[in-house]
Design a protein around this ligand. Structure first.
Ligand SMILES: Nc1ncnc2c1ncn2[C@@H]1O[C@H](COP(=O)(O)OP(=O)(O)OP(=O)(O)O)[C@@H](O)[C@H]1O
Ligand SMILES: [Mg+2]
Length: 303
């Protein structure tokens, strides 16, 4: 929403509103002031989550979702893209590093989501980057793969070939950038980055590679979600775990816990480990996965 006008009482009140609610960006253009309604927070698309995030994800930042197998990382990320299209006309790119496009579409159809419909309208692009993972594994043995083997790349990246582990991050960001440019996406998901980061045995190299990936995503001006896997045996009752570098490097970290709690059975709970620029909640809140997707119970907490 854009307001145009000259300096008068009306503008003063709008400017006060901007200061109070932090949801207007004011641009001065000579005598004319332009007020652009642009929230600093991007809604997560998960019922209940924005309440504990303090409004949503910080716009233009990279947020990490980490959790054990089946905890809902992929669905939470896809729900973010679908909500962007459905409510805000914001397009998204989903980069799948583990699952093939076919598997992803089949699994999300469990929730009644027809991803192919969004693909046809150019609202969501699925980048089947699972071949990159294969290349990463084969890197030490000199495996290589042309980028054009990725599913329907928007442009022929002629002459670019992936060879070895440290080149695959660069190749991945080249592919993502191409899709973002063509689809004009403002939201990106990379799911999961675990195998990409684990290929670097040296911790400095690993940190450097993650920084490269995150900086590339930030440079695209999008709000991005990346996911990683954590060991399922981690328990929020007594667990300790080694904190990987991506948790320090991302702007925000959401942890999806799935743990056995005495007398309660398996409990799913979400924790906002950090969220820069947001006054977020620090409690553990239960969440559930139903046929409608993921929902967080913001009014209930554990512990
Ligand atoms: N229709 C449905 N209703 C309720 N839950 C469902 C439905 N379809 C799938 N699920 C649940 O959703 C979860 C899968 O979520 P998702 O694939 O996002 O997890 P993930 O954290 O990405 O797992 P992984 O680490 O294996 O990639 C599973 O636990 C599954 O039981
Ligand atoms: Mg997944």
């Amino acid at each position: 929403m854009i307001f145009h006008g000259t300096k008068n009482g009306f503008h003063v009140s709008i400017r006060q509103l901007a200061t109070e609610q932090h949801d207007l960006i004011i641009k001065y253009c000579g005598e004319l002031s332009i007020f652009v309604l642009k929230s600093e927070h991007v809604p997560s698309g998960i019922p209940g989550l924005d309440e504990i995030l303090g409004g949503g994800y910080p716009r233009g930042r990279v947020i990490l979702i980490t959790g054990g197998p089946g905890s809902g990382k992929t669905m939470m990320a896809m729900q973010f893209l679908l909500d962007g299209v459905n409510r805000f006309d914001e397009r998204g790119v989903f980069v799948s590093l583990e699952e093939t496009r076919h598997h992803l579409i089949t699994e999300t159809s469990n929730f009644g989501w027809d991803i192919e419909k969004y693909e046809k309208k150019n609202q969501i692009a699925i980048v089947d980057a699972s071949p990159l993972r294969q290349v990463s594994k084969e890197g030490d043995q000199g495996g290589e793969q042309p980028l054009t083997s990725l599913s329907t790349p928007p442009e022929q990246e002629k002459g670019v070939r992936i060879r070895g582990p440290d080149f695959s991050i660069q190749a991945l960001t080249t592919v993502i950038r191409s899709y973002v440019r063509v689809t004009r996406a403002t939201r990106i998901v990379v799911d999961p980055i675990t195998s990409l980061s684990l290929q670097f045995l040296d911790s400095h190299q690993r940190r450097g590679a993650i920084i490269d990936l995150l900086e590339s995503l930030i440079g695209m001006g999008t709000t991005s979600l990346v996911t990683t896997e954590i060991a399922s045996q981690f328990s929020f009752e007594n667990g300790h775990r080694e904190i990987p570098p991506e948790e320090y490097l991302c702007h925000g970290v959401l942890i999806l816990h799935n743990s056995h709690v005495a007398g309660r059975g398996m409990v799913s709970a979400i924790e906002i480990e950090k969220m820069r620029e947001c006054k977020h909640d620090r409690q553990l809140h239960p969440y559930s996965i139903t046929e409608q997707g993921i929902a967080v119970y913001s009014e209930r907490f554990l512990g």
